[in-house]
Each structure stands twice: as C-alpha cells, then as structure tokens.
Design a protein around this ligand. Sequence first.
Ligand code: HEM
Length: 402
Amino acid sequence: MTEQGLTIGDMLKMMRDPLGAPFFPPALQALLVATWVLHIFFVTLALGASLFSIYAFWQQRDERARQLGRLSARLTPNALGLGIVTGIAPLLFVQTIYDPLWYTANALTGFWSVSFIFVVMGGYSLAYFFYLKGSQDRRLLFTAVISFVLLFFAGWIMHVLHGVSIRPEGWMTWYMPDGVIDTRGVTFHAYNIPRLLFLLPLQAGLSLAVVLQFSAWYLRRRGDEPAFLDWVAELGRRLGVIVSPLYALAGLGWALTEGPEFGVTLVALPLVALGAGLSGYFLWLKGKQHGPQAVLIWLAGLLVVAIVREVIRVASLARFGYSVANYPYTIDWGSVIVFAVTTVVGLAIITYLALVIYQAYATREGHISPRVERLGKVAVGMLGAWFGFFLLVGLYTLIVLN
Ligand code: HEM
C-alpha cells in the first residue's frame, strides 16, 4: 500500500495503455514467448562464436582451430544481425501487454537502457570490423575482445531490465531511495547471477555446440575435408557434454533463488531435466552427426526456457492481481493489418538473409542462386514500398488530420 492508499496492483492496472491492447492479449503473450526463442538463439550463438574466434586467434598452434576461428569470426556479425532483428519482435509484445513493467524498468534504469543502443552498435561494428580486418597474427584481436565484452554487457543490461520489471514491489524504493528521488537511472537494481549464467554464457556454449554439429554436417555437403569436419563435430559434441551439466546446475540455482521469491520453485524440474536431457543427447551423439536435428532439439529446449521465464513473470505479477488474461483489449484492425504486413515483409527479408548465409557457404565459390537473388530484390522492394507507405501515412496525418 502506498501513502496515497494505492496498492501496487492498482498502480500496475492504472499504468496500462488506456486504449487497451490491439489484439487478444494471450495471443500476444504466446508470440512473445515464441519470438524470444529465436532472439536468444541468435544472440547466444553470436556470443559463443565470438568467444571461440578470440580463442582460436589467440592460441596460434592448432591450424584446425584457426580455420574454425575464421569461420566463427564471420558467423559472429551474421548471427548478431539476426539476433538484433529477432529481438524487436518480443520487444513489441512486451511493450503491448507488459507496458507498465517495461517502461518503468526502462525509466528506473534509464542511463543503461539508452546506453544499450550504443553498446549494441559498438559490439556489432567491432565484430564486423574484426571479421573484415583481423588476421591470424593476432592483429586487431583486441577489437574482437572489446566486441565480446560489449555484447555480453548488452545481455547483462537486458537481464537487469527484465529483473527490475518483474519486481514492482521494489520500484518505489528504487525511485526514491531514502526519500530522495533518484533520476540518474545508473543503478543495477535487480539481477540474479544463476539466471544470467544460465541464459548467457552457458546457453552461448550450447548454441555454439549445436551449430558446430550443424556446420560439420553442412560443410560436408560442399566437400570440405572430412578429417577437419569430424574434428569440428566432435568439438561441438564435447562442448555440449561439458556445458550441459553446468547448465542443469545453473538452472537449479536459478530455480532455488527466484523460485521461492515468486512461489514457483517447481521450475527446477524442467530446467534440470533440460540440462540432464542435453547431457544424455550429447553423450549419445558420439560417433554420429546430426546437424539439423541437433539445432531443432536445442530450439525445443530454448522454448522450455522461454516458457519458464514466462511462468516466473506470470507468478510474480499474480501476487498483485495483474494478469495478461485481464488486460483490456479492442481489436484494432488497422494495427493488426500493419502488424501482419510488417511480419510478411520482415519474414521475407529474414528468409532472404538466412538463405544468403546458407548458400554462401554451401559451395566453395559462395554461389548465391538466381532464385534467392530474385527473392532479395522482391523482399527489398517490399520493404521500400512499406517504408513509402509509412511516409505517406505520416504526411497524411501531418497535413490532412492536423
Ligand atoms: C546484442 C546483444 C543482446 C544480448 C546478448 C541479449 C540478451 C538477452 C537476454 C539474456 C535476455 C533475457 C533476460 C532475462 O530473462 O533475464 C534478453 C531478453 C530480451 N531481449 Fe535481448 N539481447 C541483446 C540484444 C537485444 C536487442 C537489440 C533487442 C531489441 C531490439 C533485444 C530485445 C529483448 C527483449 C524484448 C527481451 C525480453 C524482455 C522480457 O521478456 O522482459 N535484445 N536478451
């Protein structure tokens, strides 16, 4: 209860968008969970690939590691680009159904949420720079190291924003510590180390492990040296064998810390089972190569994690009577159509990007098929037309509706 007699639950409800959500809120919640899976897969892959390329260029002995290091340096900005694009989708849904949480967390951590953009820009630019200009004699290796640190820091900021957002009971104190308003937004008010270990470095290891398995399967098709590819696949498998039990342990640590806080300690079961299941899977993979299967299994695992994250948020907010199921909504067909068309245009661009990356390595010459080139032209054309449409809507609003 605040001094004015408002409860936290009242405050949360009053902060919701007075126009309501533009579509059925539980559908938006499901999309939030699903799209986050892609986001976290690509950003953790970027982190894993970045770290491996640093290691490979740093140790200068093993030629195979250096060869893989070059591929990793190239994969880092590609995966990161996809991670940033797929991060926008959950952002959209969070802002729509969890707006009181998201905006408050961003205001309370204002300095870092604004810095986040520059941190990501710096991390991406340096990763790209290292891929273009870095060389085997460790020249410019420091750019890769700074890029990795910046990207990790971006994940840390994301984690803190989320941590602040699911703890409304702390907001007033964080806003006015000792009765004095603090508008700097520089303090990391809430975080959970086991959760962060689980979501960032360990998932980076596992994303890299499955992609190494996948790469061995994929590069074999263009006739790369089998001995090198066997080494790559085994490296991925071993990484998986080492990281998976640690993943189970960190999951347990996460469940035992945030679980009691929000009354959901049972989330330990899926998290530990996931770590144990992955350990078994990587042990079983010995002597086998299952590229696409390994990636699909990992994406299914990430879906379990995404659901656990959502269960924790739902449990936290239920303490204050806030539920997505009660979020007011009016189906706003204009928004729904804009959303649907943006999704189609976005998917076309992402499919094009993914196919270019896929085909660029599928042949030694990096040949991109004319069909994919055509898709690229269509996708970019659609994007241009869509920008044009937005511009016209803006002009119409400004000139006619004003
Ligand atoms: C570039 C490096 C990035 C990394 C390493 C990263 C990592 C993460 C991590 C670890 C989480 C989960 C936090 C938690 O549950 O504790 C997360 C959530 C999220 N990230 Fe990112 N992220 C990055 C960039 C981005 C970008 C550029 C966007 C948006 C355009 C974005 C949007 C989101 C959203 C919307 C969530 C979910 C927030 C929620 O559910 O409350 N991320 N990210």
